[in-house]
Design a protein around this ligand. Structure first.
Ligand code: SAM
Length: 283
């Protein structure tokens, strides 16, 4: 299109034969943290962009889709969520959504890499403007180790807002980790895990997450697809596991009566996300 490649950020999905690009105005930041390579770009049309190890994490324009679907369906599935733990989530977008729930008394965010949060404070300040809420605690540690040592029955909802299942996040997509989550969750506990693209990963990651949750003891597991333009295929998912009962049962009247604002999530979206696409019925 007459533009030099240097004016575009491109993430290539080699195995899929596809790529996603954003036109950039400026490369704002690059560093190698203790755990990963972090880049921030200013784009022409999607606001600021965060990239970890070459993979798109979030943009200012469309992160609301992911952050709302990683928080509200799980919180409205639990009967009375008071204590929430977010594993990963260092950009703080999920934390901000969780704090919208008045019933939540504490939210602990455990991200392995403090630099992600510091960069988010600088380049995504609108996601971090509730970080000083007295109910919120930011901890910088390995989520796998934290969960192994956490007190049994002490958490109502676990949100696994992780990078792809490689590097430090690999162990977050594993039955042993889900067993620890199951133990740490109280009666009626709910877990939600970002579970990649339904189009690319239904028969691999999504199937494994559902099976591993059940192996770990969860009575039900359901995958909720949602649009996410900047992730591979533009279609993403969150898989919810419930210790007792069905993921289909949620506090519907509380959703319709919610007093906080959202840009995507509402009761119709929740109901739609409970439907199972035909090709995913046999997972
Ligand atoms: N929305 C993003 C996505 O799906 O691409 C995820 C965003 S969030 C920035 C992912 C976070 O997971 C990163 O900040 C990373 O540091 C964190 N992370 C990866 N492995 C982790 C682990 N073992 N324990 C805690 N945090 C971890």
């Amino acid at each position: 299109m007459g533009l030099s490649p240097s004016e575009w950020f491109t993430e290539i999905f080699q195995n899929e034969g596809t790529a996603f690009s954003l036109q950039i105005k400026k490369h704002l930041h690059n560093e190698r943290s203790e755990y990963q390579t972090l880049d921030i770009y200013e784009t022409e049309t999607f606001g600021n962009l965060m990239v970890i190890d070459g993979c798109v994490m979030l943009t200012q324009r469309d992160n609301f889709l992911y952050h709302e679907m990683m928080s509200h369906p799980a919180l409205f599935t639990h009967s009375n969520p008071k204590n929430v733990v977010i594993i990963g989530g260092g950009d703080c977008g999920t934390l901000k959504e969780v704090l919208k729930h008045d019933c939540v008394e504490s939210v602990l965010q455990v991200d392995i890499d403090e630099r992600v949060t510091r960069l988010s404070e600088q380049y995504f300040p609108e996601l971090c403007d509730k970080n000083e809420d007295p109910r919120a605690t930011l901890m910088f540690d390995d989520g796998i180790a934290w969960m192994k040592n956490a007190e049994a029955g002490s958490v109502d909802v676990v949100i696994i807002d992780s990078t792809d299942p490689v590097g430090p996040a690999e162990g977050l997509f594993a039955v042993d980790f889900y067993r620890d989550c199951y133990r740490v969750l109280g009666e009626g506990g709910v877990l939600v895990q970002q579970s990649e693209s339904p189009l690319l990963h239904a028969q691999t990651i999504i199937k494994n997450v559902q099976q591993d949750l059940k192996t770990a003891g969860f009575s039900d597991a359901h995958t909720m697809p949602f649009p996410q333009p900047v992730y591979p295929t533009g279609w993403w998912s969150a898989t919810i596991g419930r210790k007792a009962g069905s993921v289909s049962d949620y506090r519907q009247s509380a959703v319709t009566a919610k007093t906080f604002s959202t840009l995507y999530y509402n009761d119709g979206i929740h109901q739609g996300a409970l439907a199972i696409p035909e090709f995913m019925k046999t997972l």
